[in-house]
Design a protein around this ligand. Structure first.
Ligand SMILES: Cc1ncc(COP(=O)(O)O)c(C=O)c1O
Length: 457
């Protein structure tokens, strides 16, 4: 092992607290140091190559190391690495990006973009702007947020409070008041119906019941991911989102789509909402916005929301902003990355290669005893692992089976994300059918080994 790798390992154990990891366990193990990346592959410090079926963290949509993006960052670095966009100052890349985002989201009638440094910022901005929207519109009592169980909206206090994964919030409670979660339309696990259409109706009705229960005059917005990502790639029934839009319209509630994962092609259309034919009032964007080259997030709003700031109210300003709002390097990277998304029709590729992958996974691995469900849309897929297929019993966190799958897949050369009891597949959107074949082969070999290792007597 080289000196740098040794230093990194030591630093990671001693000085670095990793996100979403237990420091005590991290200190026992050596970190896997990723040294470089290219296309759909990452390489560790020992030179071992892995197929990156995670796309980093659902974000490297144009593939690793794209020279067009690196060049755009370098050009901007030479001109202006940083300046604030507070007040009346701006820079070329952010102006270009704001125009580009509203053009890309023209189908959704998006009119204005506000920038932060990632998905959590985008969500926080959406929540604050929606409360301000109601104050400017003369309905100051509308402060409540409704969201979905299993939903994930980042880690700021707003996102944590509307988040629907209890293990991610319980240690940080009390969370913010006025945040409520309703059941998600999850076909594999729900107490209501096995029929997708019926489930869609029931779950949309749950939103209506919650709005009525809270009092419509108190509800600011409903927020959800078009396809739930970190909750386990939960794909709602086809009728769900249009029914949700109807319910929101009936009670005047704002509809916020958290497109941090689904934005820019991942689910097979430019935006996840577009895949369901629905127009939200606000969309939260990050990740694929510049494929992870430089941290960036954006919140875009439609005409209904924008026009509230035409008000004569003395506080009709955006009283919110980050030092790095409209960061020139991040925005330059986004302009280059989104040009690739358009030029190479990556949403189209995600749809085509994603459905090939889903079919192939179902054909190849669904018969394993521990595979409970395989689901997905575009290039976001999940394989839910269960300790008992009939009762759909999930593996407990820390079960040696899950660790075995992670270790063995890495030995095979596959980087796949274990999220609790679910394996997540979210590769770069430049993935090809050959990449899918390689992925499925490595996964099938991993599952064969797991089946022998954990064979029931
Ligand atoms: C749907 C969704 N919203 C928000 C976030 C938070 O984004 P970030 O980690 O960039 O703050 C994530 C991150 O995975 C996400 O999946």
């Amino acid at each position: 092992m080289g000196k740098v790798a040794l230093l990194n390992e030591q630093a990671s154990k001693v000085h670095h607290w990793h996100p979403m990891a237990a420091p005590k366990l991290a200190e026992l193990a050596s970190p896997l140091v990723i040294e470089r990346a290219e296309g759909v592959y990452i390489y560790d410090s020992e030179g071992k190559r892995y197929l990156d079926s995670q796309g980093g963290l659902w974000c490297v949509n144009v593939g690793h190391g794209r020279k067009e993006v690196k060049e755009a960052i370098n050009v901007q670095l030479e001109k202006l690495p940083y300046y604030t966009t507070f007040g009346d100052t701006s820079n070329q890349p952010v102006m270009e990006l704001a125009e580009r985002l509203t053009r890309l989201a023209a189908t959704e009638d998006m009119q204005r973009a506000f920038f932060g440094s990632g998905g959590s910022d985008a969500v926080e901005t959406a929540l604050k702007l929606s409360r301000q929207y109601w104050k400017l519109s003369g309905e100051a009592q509308r402060t409540k947020f409704i969201s979905l169980k299993q939903g994930y909206h980042g880690v700021h206090f707003g996102g944590t409070s509307i988040g629907g994964q209890m293990h991610l919030r319980s240690m940080y409670e009390p969370v913010l008041p006025h945040c409520f979660q309703i059941d998600t339309p999850w076909l594999y696990r729900n107490p209501y119906s096995d029929d997708p259409e019926e489930l869609g109706k029931i779950c949309a009705n749950l939103l209506e019941r919650e709005i009525v229960h809270q009092g419509p005059h108190t509800v600011a917005a409903f927020i959800a991911e078009p396809v739930q990502g970190s909750g386990g790639v939960i794909v709602p029934p086809d009728n769900y989102w249009s029914l949700i839009r109807e319910v929101c319209d009936k009670y005047g509630v704002l509809l916020i789509a958290d497109e941090v994962v689904t934005g820019f092609g991942r689910s097979g259309s430019m935006f996840g909402s577009r895949g369901w034919g629905v127009k939200p009032d606000i969309m939260c964007l990050a990740k694929g916005i510049n494929s992870g080259f430089v941290p960036l997030g954006a919140t875009v709003v439609n005409e209904r929301v924008r026009s509230a700031w035409d008000s004569d109210h003395p506080l009709a300003a955006i009283l919110h902003g980050f030092t790095y709002s409209g960061h020139p390097l991040a925005c330059a990277a986004a302009n280059a990355a989104l040009q690739i998304v358009e030029d190479e029709d990556l949403p189209g590729n995600a749809g085509k290669v994603g459905s090939y992958c889903l079919t192939k996974l179902k054909e190849t691995v669904s018969d394993f005893d521990f595979v409970g469900d395989i689901r997905g849309k575009g290039l976001m897929m999940a394989i839910e692992l269960v300790s008992d297929k009939t009762s759909k019993t999930p593996f407990m966190p820390g079960d040696p089976f899950l660790k075995f799958i992670q270790q063995t897949s890495r030995e095979e050369g596959l980087f796949i994300r274990n999220l609790g009891t679910t394996l997540i597949i979210s590769p770069p959107l430049v993935f090809t059918e050959q990449d899918v074949d390689a992925l499925v082969d490595m996964l099938a070999r991993t599952f064969d080994k797991a089946a022998s290792e954990f064979a029931k007597p």
